[in-house]
Every structure is written in structure tokens, then in C-alpha cells.
Design a protein around this ligand. Structure first.
Ligand SMILES: Nc1ncnc2c1ncn2[C@@H]1O[C@H](COP(=O)(O)OP(=O)(O)OP(=O)(O)O)[C@@H](O)[C@H]1O
Length: 241
């Protein structure tokens, strides 16, 4: 994935101001930054649902939003995107058919993603009766249908307890080890340390793009929360790229 000089305006304001970075295949990249800095807008541009003013966004070698990418890019938004009056399983069957998963493979595919997100016991439960964390895992399961090559996840662990968060990060790393690329936004700093690379945004710009270890070294502190506070405050003299 490569992004060059990406500019996006929303509501008359420039919310992405010349963003550029590369994400290698088969890695987990964390996207971090204060509320309103443009993380969701950037993710929308990557999956091709955001009108951009200028710049280029290449995903798996094609322009973002290309029809060929429909089945190879999975996206889970912050708000759950499942039908509340259908069960978990019915939702997944429906989205599998929309994605063009062959009929004979739907059951296997649904079983796989239900297991991956740990919703086995809730597969026959109507989505509207799931807890918040279960609902967001149901959305995550939809994003994983069809084994996409790129998975873009907007705060997938919000509302989850530490055990579930750990399990999901384990899953993300396992998917990456099988060659999937994951871009995951988060507010939780202990999650940032689990990523291979981190993109730190502030006010529509990329402030830092590096490994957690390099960022710790640059800021001169171990605690990632403190690293980010220092970088965001500009006390380390780190300019945008
Ligand atoms: N439709 C819109 N019209 C006007 N401004 C918008 C619109 N959508 C988003 N914005 C503004 O664009 C900026 C970036 O929003 P975005 O949702 O990308 O931020 P974010 O980093 O994902 O925030 P959070 O972490 O709070 O979800 C914000 O200042 C937001 O208010």
C-alpha cells in the first residue's frame, strides 16, 4: 500500500494535509493520533469510499476503490455494520454471498470467521441482542470474510476486555504471518506496542512513521503513551515527513 501527498477536504476544511507513507505486505501497522486528527478519513481513502482532493492511494498495486479490490480489501468501521434483526450466522452468510464467496464454500467460510473472532457460542444469536464487544466482533468477522489481503480496522478493540483484546491482537499477528496486511487504528497505547510499525497522526499530517522500538529510542522514553505525548507535543523536534 502506498499513499502519496494525499489531501482530503471535509466540510470545507482540509482534514488530510499531504499525507504520505508505505505499508509493506504482511505487516500489522497501527494508526494512532488524537481524536479528530483524520484517522477514519485516511482509512476511508484507503478503502476507496472517500472523495479525495489530490494525491494517490495505491492498494495492492491498484488505485484505491478499484472494483478488483472489492474482494481483497476488508473494512470494519467504528460503528457496527451488521443487520441487527439477523443472527450472527445469517449476517455472515448474507455478506459472504454479497462478496461472491462460492455457495459451496459459504458454510466453511462463515465457520472460519466466527471461530477467529471467538463468537462460536453466539452464532445463532440475533445481532441486536449482542453486547457491544460482541457486536464489534461480528463486524470484524464480516471484514475477514473471503480472506482479504488487506484488512482495515477502525478501532476494532473498543469496548473489549483485556483478554479479548489480547486474543484479537494474536489473531491480527497470525493473519499477518500468513501474508495479510492489517492497518488498525487504536487509542490504546499498550496495543501500539504490538504493531510492527506505527503511523502517528496529528492534525491531518503524519508525524511519525516507524517501529515502536525506534519511536521509543527517538523520544528517549520506554512508555509508548509518553512517547506519543512527547511526539504530539513536538518536544522531540520531529517534523512531519
Ligand atoms: N462530513 C464531515 N463534514 C465536516 N467535517 C468532517 C466530516 N467528517 C469528518 N470531519 C472532520 O474531519 C476531521 C477528521 O475526522 P476523522 O473522523 O477522520 O478523525 P479521527 O482521527 O478518526 O477521529 P476519532 O479518533 O475521534 O474517531 C475531524 O475534525 C472531523 O470533525
Amino acid at each position: 500500500m502506498s499513499v502519496r501527498d494525499l489531501r482530503v477536504r471535509r466540510g470545507g476544511r482540509e482534514v488530510l494535509r499531504g499525507v504520505g507513507f508505505d505499508v509493506p505486505r504482511g505487516s500489522v501497522v497501527g494508526l494512532l493520533g488524537p481524536s479528530g486528527c483524520g484517522k477514519t478519513t485516511l482509512m476511508r481513502a484507503l478503502v476507496g469510499v472517500q472523495i479525495v482532493e489530490s494525491g494517490t492511494v495505491q492498494v495492492l498495486g491498484r488505485p484505491a476503490g478499484s472494483p478488483e479490490l472489492r474482494r481483497t480489501v476488508g473494512y470494519a468501521t467504528q460503528s457496527p455494520a451488521v443487520y441487527l434483526d439477523l443472527t450472527v450466522q445469517e449476517n455472515l452468510r448474507y455478506f459472504a454471498s454479497v462478496l461472491g464467496v462460492p455457495r459451496g464454500a459459504v458454510r466453511r467460510e462463515v465457520d472460519r470467521v466466527v471461530d477467529e473472532v471467538g463468537l462460536g457460542r453466539h452464532r445463532d444469536q440475533v445481532a441486536g441482542t449482542l453486547s457491544g464487544g460482541q457486536l464489534s466482533r461480528a463486524s470484524l468477522a464480516v471484514a475477514l470474510l473471503g480472506a482479504p489481503e488487506l484488512v482495515v480496522l477502525d478501532e476494532p478493540t473498543v469496548g473489549l476486555d483485556p483478554v479479548l483484546r489480547q486474543e484479537l491482537w494474536h489473531l491480527f499477528n497470525e493473519l499477518a504471518s500468513r501474508g495479510t496486511t492489517l492497518l488498525v487504528s487504536s487509542h490504546v497505547m499498550d496495543e501500539a506496542g504490538r504493531c510492527e510499525r506505527l503511523l502517528l497522526m496529528r492534525e491531518g499530517e503524519i508525524l511519525a512513521d516507524d517501529t515502536p522500538a525506534a519511536l521509543r529510542a527517538r523520544a528517549g522514553v520506554d512508555d509508548l503513551e509518553e512517547v506519543f505525548l512527547r511526539l504530539i507535543a513536538g518536544r522531540e523536534g520531529v517534523g512531519s515527513r
